[in-house]
Design a protein. Structure first.
Length: 211
């Protein structure tokens, strides 16, 4: 990771406010040069251009991941030089969380093959900090406002519970650092908490670089 600014990923269920928070942080992080990486769907021109999540086999899920890795490589390809931190709307942990949830929902053994594939793939960039926006299922449904149609996997309670479970597992590991934030907080307070995490990450990186 030396020579590359630290990557922070905003994660959480759909409708948690990741994109809104990311743009607010860009305006608030005075004194830092921040490169913002849009989410996979926005970068691809809309979710309809991404592979479907509901794979019916391990091979189909691996093919979807390979397509998503091409998006990953593209969305990180032209980051401006001289940034203090990179702020990404979702990361490869989204891809793994979706594989984890798919396995929990269907019984297909897709998670471990997904881990092996992503760990061996040079385009995959792993965040040093994950800011997880925790949003109850009822709030997901209340915020949807027709963005996702009825029956969408992205608003499915079982799918979202499994996504949350994946990040709870991640929180028990040494890396990445994970900040668990309540996405129902007022946006200014949520931004204040996230900003503190980002500034601490940059300070820690500066200290490591000075040693």
């Amino acid at each position: 990771m030396s020579g590359r600014p630290p990557l922070t990923a905003l994660e959480g269920p759909c409708c948690a406010g990741k994109t809104t928070l990311g743009h607010l942080l860009l305006r608030n992080l005075h004194g830092l040069t921040v490169a913002f990486v849009e989410c996979y769907a926005d970068h691809a021109g809309g979710g309809r251009f991404l592979p479907r999540q509901e794979a019916r086999s391990v091979a189909e899920r691996e093919q979807a991941l390979r397509e998503l890795l091409r998006v990953e490589e593209s969305r990180l390809a032209r980051l401006p030089s001289g940034s203090d931190v990179v702020l990404a709307d979702r990361s490869v942990h989204t891809l793994l969380a979706h594989s984890y949830a798919l396995e929990r929902m269907t019984g297909l053994g897709v998670f471990e093959p997904s881990v092996r594939l992503l760990r061996a793939s040079p385009p995959a960039v792993w965040p040093e900090l994950v800011i997880y926006l925790d949003l109850p299922q009822q709030a997901v449904e209340g915020r949807n406002n027709g963005k996702f149609p009825p029956g969408s996997i992205y608003t499915d309670p079982t799918f979202n519970a499994a996504i949350r479970s994946y990040f709870l597992r991640l929180a028990g590991q040494n890396a990445p650092r994970l900040a668990w934030l309540d996405a129902t907080l007022d946006l200014p307070e949520l931004a204040r908490l996230a900003e503190a995490q980002l500034r601490q990450l940059v300070r820690d990186r500066d200290v490591e670089g000075a040693v």
